[in-house]
Design a protein around this ligand. Structure first.
Ligand code: IPE
Ligand code: IPE
Ligand code: MG
Length: 254
């Protein structure tokens, strides 16, 4: 490879996010447009998840984190919540083997203690079964909330203080971060929200501090390969400055 080829390969690599986080929104509206029950939208949404996992593998993205059920989603009609739990279970049963065959490590973040026991067991099995896989870390946020995440980390630190193993002055950002979910992954580079809403809805609050945001009106069940490419193109066109000036960043890149 010539030096200029190496440089351009490095540039292409630099513009691909290592970690993509997605709020998969718009399933209900997708179903409504078709006069179908909301659950039909959620079912179609599972297919979009599969497509995006494939796209991440194709683009050598290291981590994908998707928001499947928020701590606030318990406020939905009981029937929808029940059907979502069933769908989660069947999707797990159907997809885990395929994910494993693609060398995908699967993890669930969130407070799983509120889920049906059968679902909790399946989640544990899926995580153990795929634990050694390395191609892509695929995380599903279920009964997850950014505030819950920060609170559970703080509780762990408080316990350590109570036990005399830690002093308040020793708490810094790095230590708090190490107790959050996803602490072993690079922070998300690209955040995508489908369905037209432009809000974070209590997703990864701490971890999104320097993430690039991308919003699209496309409803989640319609989000396919082209939509994902458009998001990646948008990401590639941005200059991430992390507080520095663009001149500093350009000098560093040269
Ligand atoms: C997102 O789609 C999926 C979940 C929150 C479980 P919605 O169900 O929120 O779809 P809309 O926003 O009603 O269209
Ligand atoms: C956010 O979607 C949560 C998930 C996609 C799981 P919602 O549709 O629940 O968000 P809000 O309530 O409109 O902000
Ligand atoms: Mg919604």
């Amino acid at each position: 490879m010539s030096e200029s080829d190496q440089n351009s390969a490095a540039k292409v690599r630099r513009s691909i996010p290592r970690h993509v986080a997605i709020i998969m929104d718009g399933n209900g509206r997708w179903a409504k447009q078709r006069r179908l029950p909301r659950i039909a939208g959620h079912r179609a949404g599972v297919k979009s998840v599969r497509r995006v996992v494939e796209q991440c593998i194709e683009h050598d993205i290291e981590a994908l984190t998707v928001f499947a059920f928020s701590t606030e989603n318990w406020r939905r009609p009981q029937k929808e919540v029940g059907l979502l739990m069933e769908l989660f279970l069947t999707a797990l049963e159907r997809e885990v083997k395929k994910l494993h065959d693609h060398d995908v490590r699967m993890r669930i973040i969130g407070d799983r203690s509120r889920f049906p026991v059968k679902l909790q067991n399946r989640i544990g099995e899926a995580e153990r079964y795929t634990a050694e896989n390395r191609k892509l870390t695929f995380t599903i946020a279920a009964n997850y909330g950014g505030r819950w995440d920060i609170t559970q980390a703080v509780r762990k630190l408080a316990r350590a203080i109570e036990g005399g193993e830690l002093q308040a002055d020793q708490i810094d950002e790095k230590l708090l971060q190490s107790h959050l979910q996803l602490s072993d992954l690079p922070e998300p580079d690209l955040f995508i929200r489908t369905g037209g809403e432009q809000r974070v809805s209590n997703f990864l609050l701490w971890q999104l501090a320097y993430t690039e945001f991308y919003f699209t009106d496309t409803l989640w069940p319609d989000f396919g390969k082209e939509s994902f490419s458009a998001a990646l193109d948008s990401f590639a066109s941005r200059q991430r400055r992390f507080g520095r000036t663009s001149e500093q960043v350009e000098r560093q890149e040269a």
